[in-house]
Design a protein around this ligand. Structure first.
Ligand code: NAP
Length: 290
């Protein structure tokens, strides 16, 4: 029931037509009896500032931000939360004073997804594949949550090195070790948690993965692919072939939204509700795939 007291939240991005965020937020709000509605707003490229000012003028209480505005929106905000400042990207805006404060719930979302699967990075040996925006954020997640050692493997070594310099300075130790993807055999030991943070394997290129060699997958106890289209990526199939546990990025998508909802409504979403929303997302996902 929408009435004069309904609070409006939304998503700015381009494109936004296929987003699952309205399903997540509107389901949680309905279940918790919160008088709010969440809608996607397609915004033209280069118009992040107008979108933020317009949202504030319309008393929109909070926004999610997606591609291509995650960094572009920052100059138009009143302030940034610590994680968002370090990563240099926001995905959640919370109304504050005459504007919005920027947060990044993507990485806390991944961490909560891992915890719900019985994993985490604390005291673990981690490999991150990729050195783009997502991989950089995962590297910060490892630094902030007590990972033991982190190998950062990328096609372009320079990008991995840049991230390593930045994060090692942040945590004041040689935590992140940058390498070329092709150098994986130099990594000693096994039992790793791997996070696949490249765009390789994303639909329609479902038969691609950054590392094909089965020897690499023998080193893994678990593998997280940040991709969730297809449901099971080639990376995940190879992890499972070597008896590892494999997960896609859909739960990360769920929990980044749950954390945004919690910030907006100063509440805690019950885990049983998050799980119920996840089942709805899976159903929706499957009907889109069919
Ligand atoms: P990005 O900044 O564009 O980085 C892309 C990464 O992929 C780079 O490391 C790039 O290596 C690597 N790469 C691309 N093509 C490659 C190839 N042919 N061989 C080897 N490496 C290749 O992208 P991003 O924002 O970090 O996103 C990465 C992935 O994470 C995307 O698939 C995105 O959908 C996913 N993601 C998911 C969620 C979620 O909620 N589940 C959230 C954020 C991101 P170079 O540096 O050598 O170019």
């Amino acid at each position: 029931m929408i009435d004069g007291k309904t609070k409006v939240y939304g998503l700015i991005g381009n494109p936004v037509e296929h987003t699952m965020s309205p399903l997540i937020h509107n389901t949680i709000a309905e279940q918790l009896g919160e008088p709010m509605v969440y809608v996607p707003f397609p915004v033209e490229r280069g118009k992040a500032g107008e979108a933020v000012a317009g949202a504030k003028a319309l008393s929109i209480q909070g926004l999610n931000v997606t591609v291509p505005f995650k960094s572009e929106v920052i100059p138009y905000l009143n302030g940034l939360d610590g994680i968002a400042r370090r990563i240099g990207a926001v995905n959640t805006l919370v109304a504050e004073g005459d504007g919005y404060r920027g947060y990044n719930t993507d990485m806390p979302g991944l961490l909560r997804a891992m915890h719900s699967d019985g994993f985490g990075v604390e005291n673990r040996d981690v490999m991150i594949l990729g050195a783009g925006g997502a991989a950089r954020a995962v590297a910060y997640l490892c630094a902030e949550n007590g990972a033991k050692q982190v190998f950062l493997l990328n096609r372009t070594l320079g990008k991995a090195q840049e991230i390593a310099v930045e994060i090692n300075a942040f945590c004041e130790k040689e935590l992140i070790r940058p390498m070329l993807l092709s150098e994986w055999e130099k990594i000693p030991g096994d039992g790793f948690l791997a996070v696949q943070a490249t765009s390789v394997g994303l639909y329609p290129n479902v038969n691609d993965t950054v590392i094909e060699d089965r020897g690499f997958y023998k080193k893994l106890e678990a593998g997280y692919d940040l991709i969730y289209r297809p449901w099971k990526t080639k990376f995940m199939k190879l992890v499972e072939q070597e008896d590892g546990s494999a997960f896609n990025g859909l739960k990360m998508l769920l929990y980044q939204a749950v954390i945004a909802y919690e910030l907006w409504n100063r509440t805690q979403v019950p885990e049983s509700l998050s799980e119920a929303v996840y089942l709805r997302m899976r159903k929706e996902w499957e009907s889109n795939e069919a």
